[in-house]
Design a protein around this ligand. Structure first.
Ligand code: CRA
Length: 826
């Protein structure tokens, strides 16, 4: 599988790919870079030495790539994202370079196992969930498809918190992923930019006699680039992930120092550096946090300044900027870029408003990732004015021109103008970041067909009326390298044998598996591979939680952020119902199941934390009860992250994608499970809709209301209590919970949850309950027909190719970015 040349004695230590060269480089780096010798070196030392060995080989490709892109003046996409969840790098990079097997051998020569070294790596948890992981998948695909791209973001010193479980409750622990250093990154002290904060603006006349604006910030901070190479799979291209870290500016320190205020200077230095200290752990924005606004501004401003620098160094004029660069806004977190580019063009480069605005609008494209109203980012005008006074002026001016245009087209609709305004004036005044993103972008896209349709129909309806041609859909996708090859090498070897190699770079080729799905002689091996992954997960679960599970049982898994709309508690209601059914009828014929959960709750989200407690509490009772002991198990895998995810997806029989229809923009876990041969039980929500179309309705377990039905039920006054009253099974499940069966008789513990369900039930669990239970019965029957289940599993894999991030990135390149491949030659 490795693409390595013949073994030569004189292969360069820093670029050679043979076992010999890798072995020599490993020892070299251990000695000269890590500063250790074999007799005392720990596994962590060896991991670092190996990482440096791989980085050397990446650097070589990366510099060639930069050189070629520069010479060819290639058009480049800049992906602006506040979050990235790349997962551990070592395995991914070995795979991309095609040196997995040679490296395994080289590591064996020093008496170690590669898998153990891979385990040593602390992953960069620089994101909350789907959005950050999506950004990482897209960077992988961009490099693999040989498209010039730079991922820009923030180098948080502390990523998403580590989750511990204490007596069933989530406890957050800080994530110091940089503690042992980060061998993959290069700090670039010379690639640094200053940003201003606060202060005021002044008007002055330039030498043409035109009025210009100067922003005099109250303080300045520096962002310093930290670069990581993103190699493409099976190609020589290697792109760049450039993350900014906040540092104090020298000029500032000197000023205070000279004034004799040394302590003050040091305090300000520390304060400056806190800006990129920590990721906000919410999967929805926290309005009004000044630090978060500054974080966004820091990375956006540094990134735009960097792009302008690169562009101008190429010798072309600014008017050509939109030909060379296209900037994708990953949700509204970087939307301030619209005002910042205007500011740079107007105030720093002396451009006139019209040309600057024209250039800006041809540069940006915006992806929306959520319909949740509470997640639509907005900043109070006061905070904006204090922090970014010049940007507020620019936004108000953009707004004026924009609303004039609206009035011209819709002269008698003042309500429309009010709704479209960049400023929300219904109460205390706010800047609406999604509106800024829409106005400043030539393209607006959603992340699944249903989501895009709902966007155009609900939250961005007025923009859709205004500019229907800007709207387009890009259904999310996942990297087949990360969630196929790396996570599940045995399945991938089988796929390559049966369907032919090449699917990892062209996932549509998984289709070649389809004609084999009826060949029963393959089934035992397909099942053996699944069972092996389930055994491995069972060992991990036992190690992490002490709970012993049966790998032969059905692994029914829901892993994702904990949120009421995702309805982990609907899953729990099914467990309770099943538990009580088995208790009443011990002869009940049902397949043994292991219910697996995982995911983090935002630290301030009480209900989500209570759901984690609920899962543990129900697990405690069910797992202990001898009456159901061998038939039901409930486990919660702590600290779900990319590393843990790679163990979990391959082990799933059933994938739970049960959000209320119309709530989940896309979901991407749904795709990762299916690629690993799990069948989905799900609602018609997000990308589930399209997954079901692809894999076939007969290979997908569908239940629940449609989003249209949800809207209708809500309009006609949904009353959850009616469902409770009318359905004895549901009543029994809720009563057991309310009566304290799972809380040692404590009726207060789950009270808030029960009350919410009975009185409000925003996410309509009770409305979907019976449909879900019935569907789970169909799952049970299907699972007990092993051959038919295996066939369905194979068909899911064969037909999931469309959800490769390569397909999506190609669509972005064709329809939004207008980006061509650039081949890099060794
Ligand atoms: N939380 C959506 O909720 C979607 C991802 C990636 C999310 C998911 O359904 O798959 O984005 N939205 O598109 C989001 O982060 C700010 O909004 C997510 O990860």
């Amino acid at each position: 599988m490795d693409e390595t040349g013949p073994l030569t004695e004189h292969e360069p230590t820093r670029t050679g790919l043979s076992v010999d060269a890798l072995h020599r480089a490993l020892l070299d780096n251990l000695f000269y870079v890590v500063g250790r010798f074999p007799a005392v070196a720990t596994r962590q030392d060896y991991y670092r030495a190996l990482a440096f060995t791989v980085r050397d080989r990446l650097l070589h490709r990366w510099l060639r790539t930069v050189q070629t892109y520069k010479e060819e003046r290639s058009r480049t996409v800049c992906y602006l994202s506040a979050e990235y969840l790349p997962g551990p790098q070592l395995g991914h990079n070995l795979l991309a370079l095609g040196i997995f097997d040679n490296t395994r051998e080289a590591v064996r020569r020093v008496g170690l196992e590669l898998d153990d070294l891979i385990e040593e790596e602390a992953e960069p948890g620089l994101g909350n969930g789907g959005l950050g992981r999506l950004a990482a998948c897209y960077l992988d695909s961009l490099a693999t498809l040989q498209r010039p791209a730079i991922g820009y973001g923030l180098r948080y010193e502390f990523g998403i918190f580590r989750q511990r479980i204490d007596n069933g409750w989530q406890v957050e622990v800080s994530d110091s992923w940089l503690r042992d250093g980060n061998p993959w990154e290069l700090r670039r002290p010379h690639i640094a930019f200053e940003i201003g904060l606060g202060g005021h603006t002044e008007r002055y006349l330039d030498h043409h006699g035109h009025t210009r604006v100067r922003w005099v910030p109250g303080e300045t901070i520096r962002g310093v680039a930290h670069d990581t190479a993103i190699p493409g799979y099976g190609v020589f291209n290697s792109n760049l992930l450039r993350l900014w870290a906040a540092e104090a500016t020298e000029s500032f320190d000197f000023g205070s120092f000279n004034a004799g205020d040394y302590q003050g200077a040091v305090r300000r230095k520390i304060r400056s550096e806190t800006i990129s200290r920590v990721l906000y752990p919410n999967d929805e924005p926290e309005t009004g946090k000044r630090l978060r606004l500054i974080q966004g501004y820091l990375f956006v401003s540094c990134s735009l300044q960097d792009m302008l620098r690169i562009h101008l160094a190429g010798g072309e004029g600014l008017d050509r900027f939109p030909q060379r660069f296209v900037v994708q806004l990953n949700d509204t977190h970087p939307a301030i870029a619209v005002a910042e580019l205007m500011r740079l063009l107007l105030d720093k480069h002396g451009m006139e408003w019209e040309s600057a605005w024209d250039l800006t609008r041809r540069t940006f494209a915006y992806t929306n990732h959520t319909l949740l109203p509470e997640a639509l980012e907005k900043w109070s005008l006061t905070l904006f004015e204090e922090t970014l006074p010049r940007h507020l002026e620019i936004i108000l001016e953009i707004n004026q021109y924009f609303l004039d245009e609206v009035r011209m087209r819709f002269p008698h609709d003042e309500a429309l103008t009010t709704r479209l305004s960049l400023i929300d004036e219904t109460g205390p005044r706010y800047v609406r970041m999604a509106h800024l993103a829409c106005v400043g972008s030539f393209s607006i896209n959603g992340v699944a067909r249903l989501h895009t349709a709902l966007l155009a129909d609900t939250v961005l309806r007025d923009f859709h009326t205004l500019w229907p041609e800007r709207f387009n859909n890009k259904t999310n996708g996942i990297s087949p390298r990360r969630f196929g090859n790396l996570s599940n090498p045995d399945l991938c070897a089988l796929l390559s044998r049966v369907a032919g190699p090449g699917w990892a770079a062209d996932a549509e080729r998984l289709r070649l598996l389809e004609p084999h799905a009826h060949r029963r002689e393959i089934y035992p091996e397909w099942r053996r591979i699944k069972l092996e992954r389930k055994r491995a997960l069972a060992r991990y679960v036992a190690d992490q939680t002490g709970i012993v599970v049966d790998p032969e049982s059905m692994f029914d898994i829901q892993v994702k952020r904990i949120h009421e709309y995702k309805r982990q508690h609907l899953n729990v209601l099914h467990i309770i119902a099943l538990y009580s059914r088995i208790k009443m009828d011990p002869t009940l014929d049902a397949a043994p199941r292991t219910f697996v959960f995982g995911g983090k709750a935002a630290p301030g989200y009480k209900m989500a934390k209570l759901i984690i407690k609920l899962i543990h509490s129900v697990g405690e009772v069910v797992n202990r009860d001898p009456a159901v002991r061998d038939r039901l198990r409930v486990v919660f895998v702590p600290d779900f992250n990319v590393k843990v995810a790679q163990r979990i997806y391959p082990a799933a029989d059933l994938s739970e994608q049960i959000s209320l229809a119309g709530m989940e923009a896309s979901g991407t876990g749904n795709m990762k499970f299916a690629l690993n041969g799990a069948l989905t039980i799900g609602t018609l929500d997000g990308a589930n809709v399209e997954i079901r179309e692809e894999v076939g309705a007969e290979n997908f377990f569908l239940f629940g209301l449609t989003s249209a039905e949800v809207q209708a039920r809500k309009r006609s006054g949904y009353c959850p209590y009616d469902c409770y009253r009318e359905n004895p099974v549901l009543r029994e499940a809720i009563d057991l919970l309310a009566d304290g069966l799972f809380s040692h008789g404590d009726r207060a513990l789950f009270r808030p949850l029960v009350d919410h369900l009975l009185q409000q039930d925003d996410y309509m669990l009770l409305a979907d309950f019976q449909s879900y239970i019935d569907c789970q019965d169909r799952v049970d029957r299907a699972f007990r027909d092993a051959d038919s289940w295996t066939r369905m599993s194979m068909l899911n894999v064969a037909r999931i190719g469309r959800f490769s991030s390569d397909r999506v990135v190609q669509e972005y390149c064709r329809e939004i970015w207008r980006l061509e491949p650039v081949t890099i030659r060794p």
